[in-house]
Design a protein around this ligand. Structure first.
Ligand SMILES: [Zn+2]
Length: 273
């Protein structure tokens, strides 16, 4: 599952945007490198089209429910935050390539809200047009507050109200959720499931194997400065393997440090005797 955003050329933009529409100003501040220049976005799409099978989140969930095996090299495209450029730039390019995607909207902002970064969000009218043309829509909660930072009842309200808002505007079989900041806990994931969401997507890096928890799905986030080689490495899982190796290496380092401390203490003790 890959998360993306794209902005028109030369800009850094929210999750995948596209070209040809020099619309809007780039976000002024993008510390997390989430806004992908259109030129790169198009390269990424072409690469995926040639090397992977891009399936919809709905197809993935149906296959899971029916216990069907997915084709090898299956990839799902997800776009968080519901920026307006998804409509004005990305959707057309995705449609041109017949690539399915899911956009996760922040329901309190779905009315041409202007973000402090200078970005607009999708309006409900745009969300409806996207849904009508086959884009899947999911919740990114009402306010985009991390669900871990909220009292449990407030987290429940965010999940219920955003679900209701989406259901009021579009009809769609499944309603997926993308956790704000990719953060969840066991209790929150259980709550999400109990409220009828079809899945929950985290920010945890990695592929989703056959034993995955549908309410703690992993994702590969694409950065605004990913060139094609970096992108290919991320999508192939190479970046994930590298992070696993780094963890192992660090654990070994800690073990070595622990052993060294233990030896020093023994020496100290011996010295005392
Ligand atoms: Zn977000």
């Amino acid at each position: 599952m890959a998360g993306e955003a794209a902005w028109p050329e030369d800009a850094d933009g929210g999750r995948r945007r596209e070209d040809e529409h020099p619309a809007g100003d780039p976000p002024r501040h993008d510390p997390h490198k989430l806004h992908i220049p259109v030129r790169l976005f198009l390269e990424h799409l072409n690469y995926l089209q040639s090397n992977y099978r891009v399936i919809s989140l709905g197809d993935f969930l149906r296959a899971k429910r029916e216990n069907r095996r997915l084709p090898d090299y299956s990839v799902i495209l997800t776009f968080d935050d519901g920026f307006q450029d998804f409509f004005s730039v990305a959707a057309e390019q995705l449609a041109r390539r017949k690539l399915p995607a899911t956009v996760f909207v922040i329901t309190d902002r779905t009315f041409d809200y202007l973000h402090p970064n200078g970005e607009f969000y999708l309006s409900w009218q745009e969300v409806q047009k996207l849904a009508a043309s086959g884009t899947e829509v999911g919740s990114h909660t009402c306010s985009h507050t991390s669900l871990l930072d909220l009292p449990f009842d407030e987290a429940r309200r965010e999940l219920e109200d955003s679900r209701t808002a989406i259901r009021d505007h579009i009809s769609q079989e499944d309603l997926p959720l993308s956790y704000p900041y990719g953060q969840t806990s066991e209790a929150i994931s259980k709550l999400v499931q109990s409220l009828g969401y079809s899945c929950g997507i985290t920010g945890t890096l990695g592929p989703n194997g056959s034993d995955m928890d549908l309410f703690a799905l992993s994702r590969t986030v694409i950065a605004s400065d990913d060139d094609l080689v970096t992108f290919a490495a991320r999508v192939s899982g190479l970046t994930w393997w590298a992070s696993k190796l780094r963890q192992l290496f660090e654990q070994q380092e800690w073990k070595r440090m622990g052993n060294a401390l233990f030896s020093m203490r023994r020496i100290e003790r011996r010295a005392k005797f």
